[in-house]
Design a protein around this ligand. Structure first.
Ligand SMILES: [Zn+2]
Length: 458
């Protein structure tokens, strides 16, 4: 890339002057104002009774174990698959052709938790974006379930919280969004094979990779059933955790070398996504606080977002604030007066509806805003006390321009921002050595993309 063509030089100068005229940088606007009317209507439409009905139906299949029967109309994962497919097709029928539903099947070969080659099927609804359909946002829940022995395919495995709750979020989003027109594509998927080794999401993520899809965010909803751990601790019904990694799972050796040299462990794409979700979804309309946890997942556990992280896609996991491990991955039984098992009586449908609202706020805000800027670099050809950033132009027709954000290296979230207009390079009078930078894209309605952190470049 040329160091400084005459054209970029002029653009930089003009932009620098413009910023000087417009005055000092503002403090970063931490919270988006009240959601736009269309998002408020979406949040209102999310219905706890629909969520309850979905979970009751899924539990009624007895077991949804990945190795369970696939051709019984009433019991097992095959019956659950067919019901999910029919339900999503019903929603798609209201979408004027924008939503399509697919059974995405493959044969999983023998592995440690798959004793014989097994057909695994994801049920995938795709709501095509109206402006930039190539830009994709994905939400999943897993519809398979398990008991104590992960190979037990016949005992009742209600899986109400793990993870009928997440599937109910996916279905409710599909129902409510089917009649709307997002600018980017939204994929809502019930995946299988999670408990056996994330196989369904692995296949889904690989299918996006093979298609060269531009997946800009993925959320796994896994164990989002209640704020009440039923263990004597206080109910926490207004909190949902969002697990977001820092150092990218898919980081290359070359990227690791750069990070060790100049930092950036809190600036991976998933962590930027976490900041974005907190901004747009912790508010009165969702009724929730997104408690961002700076970890890929909990100890000894891992969910379907990892399949996307492995392929370099930004991804995160929603889960309830505090778990009761006697209700997860357990045979249904009473022992010493304690009820074990993942039963529907421990689910709070109003809580799950609020988690669905958090997902909807994140998805709608992502799809209506411009995409995350790409190719963002920080000029490191010279040792100077100012900073030049460059990036690729965004494709959205309603793009208004860009905003540079920054913070002290010790701060968790952006503290300052400066609108820089519709340019693709900007020089700011701050030392790149002293703060962390990001670039966000803005549209004419004031919607902001997630931030992208710059990589060093000549
Ligand atoms: Zn799970």
């Amino acid at each position: 890339m040329p160091k400084s063509t005459r054209r970029t030089f002029l653009t930089v100068s003009a932009a620098t002057i413009a910023a000087g005229v417009s005055g000092e940088a503002q403090a970063a606007e931490r919270r988006n104002p009240s959601p736009a009317p269309e998002l408020r209507a979406i949040l209102r439409d999310i219905d706890p009774q629909r969520i309850e009905a979905t979970i009751r139906r899924l539990v009624a299949f007895g077991t949804r174990h990945t190795l369970s029967v696939q051709d019984d109309p009433n019991r097992g994962i095959g019956a659950a698959r067919d019901w999910l497919f029919a339900e999503l097709q019903r929603y798609a029928a209201t979408s004027s052709g924008r939503m399509t539903v697919e059974l995405q099947s493959f044969i999983q070969p023998v592995s440690s938790r798959i004793p014989v080659p097994t057909r695994i099927t994801n049920v995938v609804a795709r709501l095509r974006g109206s402006v930039t359909p190539e830009r994709v946002y994905v939400v999943t829940g897993h519809y398979d379930s398990r008991v104590t022995d992960v190979m037990n395919a016949t005992s009742d495995a209600p899986g109400a919280d793990d993870d009928a709750s997440g599937v109910a979020v996916v279905l409710e989003l599909a129902r409510v969004l089917a009649t709307r027109t997002p600018e980017a594509t939204i994929v809502l998927a019930a995946v299988a094979g999670e408990e056996q080794g994330l196989y369904g999401s692995d296949h889904l993520a690989q299918s996006f990779k093979d298609a060269g899809a531009d997946v800009q965010a993925m959320f796994s909803n896994d164990i989002v059933g209640t704020g009440n751990a039923h263990d004597g601790t206080a109910n926490d019904p207004r909190t949902v955790r969002l697990f977001v990694e820092g150092v990218p799972t898919a980081e290359t050796a070359a990227e690791a070398t750069i990070r060790k040299s100049v930092g950036g462990e809190n600036d991976g794409p998933s962590r930027q996504l976490g900041r974005f979700v907190d901004d747009v979804a912790s508010n009165e309309q969702t009724g929730m606080r997104v408690r961002t946890i700076w970890r890929r997942d909990r100890y000894l556990r891992g969910s379907d977002h990892i399949s996307f992280l492995l392929r370099g896609y930004p991804a995160a996991r929603f889960t309830e604030p505090r778990e009761n491990f006697a209700h997860e991955h357990q045979d249904v039984r009473v022992e010493n007066g304690v009820q074990f098992g993942d039963l529907i009586e421990f689910c709070d449908f109003a809580y799950i509806a609020r988690v669905a609202r958090v997902n909807a706020a994140a998805l709608w805000s992502l799809s209506q805003a411009p995409g995350t800027p790409k190719g963002v670099v920080i000029d490191t050809t010279q040792l100077t006390n100012e900073t030049t950033l460059r990036w690729n132009p965004n494709p959205e027709p309603d793009l208004a321009g860009y905003e540079i954000v920054w913070r002290e290296t010790t701060a968790p979230d952006w503290t300052h921002s400066r609108k820089v207009g519709n340019v693709t390079t900007f020089t700011i009078d701050l030392s790149k050595d002293n703060v962390f930078f990001g670039v966000r894209a803005l549209d004419r309605n004031g919607n902001r993309s997630p931030a992208a952190a710059p990589q060093p470049s000549s």
